[in-house]
Design a protein around this ligand. Structure first.
Ligand code: PLP
Length: 470
């Protein structure tokens, strides 16, 4: 018997077939040829494994395989995801969704030229570091401010500027890992500074800092907000006010890594008290470092604010160039910061703040509407249940926000994890939460414009089998 692989048409015959001609009308020839070759390779492999020529070698079948490959290649790597996890600042899902004003500002800045580094009044070179600085000063009371790539970059730049080649005193209770392997001791080492650990894991008193600081060996004291865990029990730490007095009497600086970037009154969001940049600066910290995309609710950025001489030194540090932000980030950050001039507007317009602050009754209403829409789409298992959400992004580690979710099931034969896989395979992918043996769609983190897609994706996931559980 002849080799069944001979039944595969030659490439030029394939490309002349109507099905491939249709693909050639839609895609560049080179891409179609490549996809055709890979379809032929797959058909050959299928025949080697005992497949029947009729099932795999027809021009239409091969064109179908090529079309699927071409379509897969066109799915962007970075794409929208519906966050039904209930974690508002989900770092893996890109943290803060941006306010409308920030999106518009990014589109505008990205679409044309800007005065990024151009002094319009003088008609010559200006500085990119002036943008956002006035707003940050206004909102935090800082003398000066600098925006860099993220808070980690801000910390690296600040430490390199004030302490390269010198010692930095940090409490052993604050040598934390922020997330994704970002550890304070390692960043500090990369900044060229030397870590001087003081105190113990659970207790660090002012006296523990006093010896090293008075010895004249220490360039700065770094205080790190323990943003992603809590210490309880037999604990003690030196207060910011005590550290201000100690460092300033010794003529050295105090850096405060705050992380969250919360600018609003936490009470207005229903959140417990959290240290904020304005308070830390008012208490006398020389520099504070915060994130742009945590509770500030803006783009990924790091803000360093505080003493003008230190900010000027950071700006002229060559490392600053490597950590700088682009025009679209500055545009989005400026537009976000501007909203804070009117706190009720900030609360209404900044999605992360809105999600955190949304009343449990309002979330319940939205959950009931969503369950109703999912029911209308033919899924009879949708039910509204009480749940708990989290702020996330390494902030408010133990806080649970009372909330409401919609639970759905695809019947007794499909487990919640299997249904979660089907939801992630949708377009857009939906990231749900699994609690016990239930799958929950947390409504608090679903944006208003996403409901229609969510309903369609849920109906399709409940109704269809996915590749994963076939
Ligand atoms: C999140 C966090 C950082 C890092 O912020 P990025 O903007 O993600 O670099 C640094 N310090 C603290 C205390 C944090 O919570």
């Amino acid at each position: 018997m002849s080799d069944p692989r001979r039944s595969i048409p030659a490439l030029d015959v394939l490309l002349a077939s109507p099905a491939f001609q249709e693909l050639l009308g839609r895609y560049p020839r080179e891409r179609v040829v490549k996809a055709a070759r890979s379809a032929v390779d797959e058909a050959r492999a299928a025949l080697t494994e005992g497949g029947r020529p009729d099932d795999v070698t027809g021009a239409e079948r091969l064109a179908g395989a090529a079309a699927a490959r071409l379509a897969r290649e066109d799915v962007p790597s970075l794409r929208p995801v519906i966050n039904a996890s209930g974690v508002v600042l989900h770092t893996n899902l890109g943290r803060a969704p941006l306010p409308r004003a920030a999106i518009q500002a990014m589109v505008q800045a990205g679409s044309g030229y800007t005065n990024l580094e151009y002094d319009i009044a003088a008609g010559r070179r200006g500085s990119r570091y002036v943008h956002c600085a006035d707003l940050i000063r206004e909102l935090t009371g800082a003398e000066a401010a600098l925006v860099v790539n993220n808070a980690a970059a801000g910390l690296l730049l600040a430490l390199n500027t004030v302490a390269a080649g010198k010692a930095v005193a940090v409490s052993r209770g604050e040598l934390v890992e922020i997330g994704g392997g970002f550890r304070i001791p390692e960043v500090l080492e990369r900044s060229g500074a030397r870590l001087l650990e003081v105190g113990s894991t659970n207790r660090t008193r002012l006296a523990d800092y006093a010896g090293p600081v008075r010895s004249g060996d220490v360039a700065t004291v770094l205080k790190v907000h323990r943003s992603n865990f809590r210490m309880r029990g037999f604990t003690e730490e030196a207060s910011l006010a005590e550290l201000v007095e100690l460092t300033h009497s010794a003529g050295i600086s105090l850096l405060h890594d705050l992380g969250s970037g919360l600018l609003m009154d936490p009470g207005a969001l229903g959140l417990p008290v959290e240290p904020r940049a304005a308070e830390s600066l008012a208490a006398g910290a020389d520099l504070v470092v915060v994130s742009g995309d945590k509770l500030l609710g803006g783009p990924q950025a790091g803000i360093v604010a505080g003493r003008a001489d230190l900010v000027a030194a950071m700006t002229s540090n060559p490392l600053c160039r490597a950590l700088r932000v682009d025009k679209t980030t500055l545009a989005a950050l400026e537009a976000t910061l501007r909203l804070y001039r009117d706190p009720p507007v900030a609360l209404a317009e900044i999605p992360t703040l809105r999600m955190v602050a949304e009343s449990v009754d309002a979330v319940r209403d939205r959950a009931e509407q969503l369950a109703g829409r999912i029911g209308e789409a033919g899924v009879d298992s949708a039910a509204v249940v009480e749940s708990r959400c989290a702020v996330g992004g390494g902030t408010y580690p133990e806080l649970e926000i009372p909330s409401w979710a919609v639970t759905v099931s695809a019947g007794p034969d499909v487990s919640a994890p299997q249904l979660a896989v089907r939801l992630r395979e949708g377009t857009p992918p939906v990231v749900a939460r699994i609690e016990g043996d239930r799958l929950l769609l947390e409504v608090r983190t679903v944006l208003p414009g996403e409901v229609e897609d969510l309903v369609r994706c849920v109906a399709s996931a409940v109704g269809n089998q996915s590749a994963a559980d076939r």
